[in-house]
Design a protein. Structure first.
Length: 159
């Protein structure tokens, strides 16, 4: 069944004038599922990293380094859960630009922040520390975009 210009499922046409995202029901469902799956995978990997840190890394590094490692694990879990949430919202509401941008920034934040801190601790090379602020900044913008996206979506709800 084709979705016409005036059909409710045609988010792209309905929301272009309001600055909302291009989306489609099918595209949003698929993309949302992929983002949620990525978030769940990252939570699982963070749990593995946390267990490895406790059992393998702890005896090899200083207390300060282990603390840095624990921060990387904790923040990876927080933002991976954010990705799960974003995937669900995109699945429900379609591919809104702000939500998709937020998901991208959250994923990049995990890569740069947590990845950089893991490499810093494991290799002992201070070079990797440069990536943590980039990831942290990505996360700040990701959560702000999520807040704005939720605000805009709430303004479209009819009482």
């Amino acid at each position: 069944m084709a979705v016409g210009r005036d059909m409710p499922g045609n988010c792209e046409v309905q929301n272009q004038e309001k600055g909302m995202a291009e989306c489609g029901i099918q595209n949003g469902a698929r993309r949302g599922g992929q983002i949620s799956a990525l978030g769940a995978l990252l939570v699982g990997l963070a749990i593995i990293a946390g267990a490895a840190g406790d059992h393998l890394v702890a005896g090899q590094v200083s207390r300060q380094s282990l603390h840095v490692y624990d921060i990387a694990v904790r923040f990876q879990i927080y933002n991976a859960l954010g990705l799960v949430l974003l995937g669900i919202l995109i699945r429900l509401w379609g591919r809104r630009r702000l939500l998709c941008a937020s998901a991208l920034l959250m994923a990049l934040g995990v890569l740069f922040f947590s990845g950089g801190l893991y490499l810093l601790v494991i290799t002992g090379q201070s070079f990797w520390a440069i990536f943590a602020p980039l990831g942290g900044t990505a996360w700040i913008f990701a959560w702000l975009l999520l807040a704005v996206g939720l605000w805009r979506a709430s303004m479209q709800v009819k009482e």
